[in-house]
Design a protein around this ligand. Structure first.
Ligand code: GDP
Ligand code: MN
Length: 361
């Protein structure tokens, strides 16, 4: 789950990373009492989960006399389609130089990797594309508590050595907050110190409970519901709903849909041994997606019994057409039940997917 800038800054600050003085406001008038502590010039930053916020009009600069009006202006905007409900107002820093620092997991070495660039404030992908050497990187053992000094020197190059302790604190945040990404872009130098002018923190969804986070805000209402039922569920942008059991069968169903020129709206893996209640929940969940025109159910009956699946589909009683292909345990009984209730059961996966693609047209 992605934290917003002000939440990430509050975490960074707890770990001793300097952040600009600032206040979070939810209405323009809330800004007035904070004006004295924010200095003569300030930066108003929309708290929206949008990349390149600055370029998209999500950041305004104002002086004390115009700040409330600027806040009103910013609250009235949508930033790449996202409405602004919260604004972080900060003192404007006298920036001398902008650096880039981040920590993530390097999937090939299976270790944390720290990235650092002398050119911050801009999109790091663009920096790397222009000059592959501009982004320095070091990987380190996850067993280390601190970044060893020789690695810090390699990482920072000619950048001020005072950045070293900040990188170490960022690494602490990364470890202790179960982060997938911690990023400071830009990390700025000013005449009176180094600050994280922006902050990003993404927490591993699998660690949310350990981090005391009960609701994953990044999930849609349906994704949350799927999580409650223990389904693996992914939303896509087509019109065919897909239910399978096992990742392999579900994935090959998706491939086949693509092959026949269709587009999946989502896919849901009910897992092994699904009973009729589970199947019923799964079918209803998919049917509740407005873009779903047809649902294809592709299941292999092992510990999952085909008659249970059939009953679950019948119990769901949904409006979109449900095309079923299942094979295995109690297949005949399942077929009989489905036929009795007017459902379509197809013998092969290939035929089921073709029928679904046809029905979705
Ligand atoms: P992003 O566009 O969402 O990444 O937003 P950032 O917080 O990184 O801000 C974009 C740019 O605005 C930064 O690279 C800075 O150049 C500028 N900026 C942000 N905060 C300040 C500040 O306190 N003082 C000054 N002078 N510039 C700032
Ligand atoms: Mn930024």
């Amino acid at each position: 789950m992605k934290l917003l800038e002000y939440e990430a800054k509050s975490v960074f600050s707890e770990y001793g990373i300097p952040v600009p003085k600032g206040a979070l406001v939810r209405a323009p008038e809330e800004l007035t009492p904070h004006l004295p502590e924010l200095g003569s010039m300030m930066v108003l930053k929309a708290q929206v989960d949008v990349g390149g916020r600055g370029k998209a009009g999500g950041i305004l600069v104002a002086d004390a006399s115009s700040a409330v009006d600027a806040a009103r202006d910013l609250f009235s905007r949508t930033i790449r389609g996202v409405p602004v409900h919260e604004i972080l107002v900060e003192e404007r820093l006298p920036i001398e130089h902008e650096y880039y620092a981040s920590i993530t997991i390097d999937r090939s070495s299976k270790q944390p990797v720290i990235l650092f660039a002398d050119a911050g404030g801009v999109e790091i992908e663009a920096v790397a594309q222009e000059d592959a050497g501009a982004v320095r990187r070091v990987t380190l053992s996850p067993l280390l508590r601190d970044v060893p000094p020789f690695l810090l020197r390699e990482l920072l190059g000619d950048a001020p050595k005072e950045i070293g302790p900040i990188v170490n604190r960022l690494y602490r945040v990364f470890q202790e907050k179960d982060a997938l990404l911690t990023e400071i872009n830009p990390l700025v130098t000013t005449p009176d110190g180094i600050y994280a002018a922006d902050a990003k923190l993404i927490i591993d969804d699998n660690a949310l409970a350990r981090q005391g986070i009960t609701v994953n805000r990044d999930l849609s209402e349906r994704e949350r519901e799927a999580e409650r039922h223990g389904f693996s569920y992914v939303e896509l942008d087509g019109t065919i709903g897909v239910i399978g059991n096992g990742a392999g069968l579900t994935m090959s169903t998706l491939d086949l849909i693509e092959y026949y020129g269709g587009k999946a709206a989502n896919f849901l893996d009910v897992g092994g041994g699904a009973d009729k209640t589970r199947v019923c929940h799964a079918v209803r969940l998919l049917a509740s997606v407005p873009s779903v025109k047809v649902i294809v159910v592709n299941l292999l009956g092992g510990i999952t019994r085909c008659d249970e699946v059939a009953q679950g589909i019948i119990d769901a009683g949904v409006a979109p057409q449900v095309i079923v292909r299942m094979a295995g345990t109690n297949e005949e009984e399942g077929r009989r039940l489905l036929a009795e209730h007017g459902y379509r059961m197809v013998d092969s996966m290939d035929a089921a997917v073709r029928a679904a693609v046809e029905a979705a047209r």
